[in-house]
Ligand binder design. Structure first.
Ligand code: PXL
Length: 265
């Protein structure tokens, strides 16, 4: 049966991230993908400036109509939320519209390279640390894992540091923890931590950095996971997909990667 999932995150009109990535990717994998847009931005916040239409106040109206029509979902994928008020609405989404056992995937999306993205603060991090308790899978990057666990960021880290972060995260949530962007021995990849055991899914690190690759990773990983594959297989395929996107992207194109060409293959 076709799965119907709901993805809650912003709609950045330009910049290949959040909904403009999640919607085509999840759909391409055969999942009926419903969206809960949290805001409309002219472009994502790695540009010099942006406009921001907050849609938080519309969400209760959307829920009312979904309830009227008996809408429900087989899973949820959360990305960039942006406002603390949205966290309660996310919980309401799971409680009111989740089918029995519907998995919740949360990519906390608020920081990278040791720094918070523009517009986020410590209070947002604290609230996100509570929201992840509702997840079945979380996939913060190393920076987000550090903020969530109050651990000083280490750009140069190894397996031990990643494992320390995963253990601390597992005190905040019973979700399977996937830490993305873990680096050692010239490789980059994920640490998957579940019930005290660690699995590393590593690929050779490419000499490039693009925006939006985390959103692509979460979408591809979730699509494989919803299709019944293991998390290790899902992470490997998502990592390979991201690497292929990066190889196929013109360096002059600074804001995102060419995932469209990859998706068409
Ligand atoms: O890719 C993460 C992301 C999503 N949405 C918006 C962003 C960012 C990262 O900066 O600004 C609006």
């Amino acid at each position: 049966m076709t799965k119907r999932i709901c993805t809650m995150q912003d709609l950045s009109c330009v910049g290949q991230c959040s909904l403009t990535v999640a919607l085509p990717i999840l759909s391409r994998y055969g999942i009926e993908t419903c969206v809960l847009p949290t805001a409309v931005l002219s472009n994502h916040t790695q540009f010099k400036s942006w406009s921001y239409l907050d849609l938080t106040d519309e969400i209760p109206n959307i829920y009312r109509e979904w309830a009227n029509s008996g809408i429900s979902f087989d899973g949820f994928v959360l990305g960039y939320l942006g406002k603390r008020r949205l966290m309660k609405l996310a919980e309401e989404l799971f409680d009111r519209f989740g089918n029995e056992g519907a998995p919740v995937v949360i990519d906390p999306v608020f920081a990278d390279d040791g720094k918070l993205y523009s517009g986020f603060d410590e209070q947002y991090v604290r609230e996100m640390a509570k929201l992840i308790a509702r997840a079945d899978i979380i996939d913060p990057n190393v920076t987000e894992a550090c903020f969530l666990t109050d651990t000083p960021y280490q750009a140069d880290h190894g397996k031990e540091f990643a494992q320390e972060l995963a253990v601390k995260l597992s005190q905040l949530t019973s979700a399977t923890v996937i830490i993305t962007g873990v680096e050692f021995d010239g490789d980059i990849g994920e640490l998957i931590y579940s019930h005290g055991s660690c699995t590393y899914v590593m690929l050779p690190k490419l000499d490039a950095k693009y925006h939006g690759t985390g959103d692509i990773f979460t979408s591809v990983m979730s699509a494989h996971y919803f299709a019944g594959e293991t998390l290790a297989a899902s992470c490997l395929k998502a990592g390979q997909f991201v690497a292929d996107c990066m190889r196929g992207t013109d360096k002059a194109h600074f804001y995102g990667v060419n995932f469209e060409k990859q998706l068409a293959k």
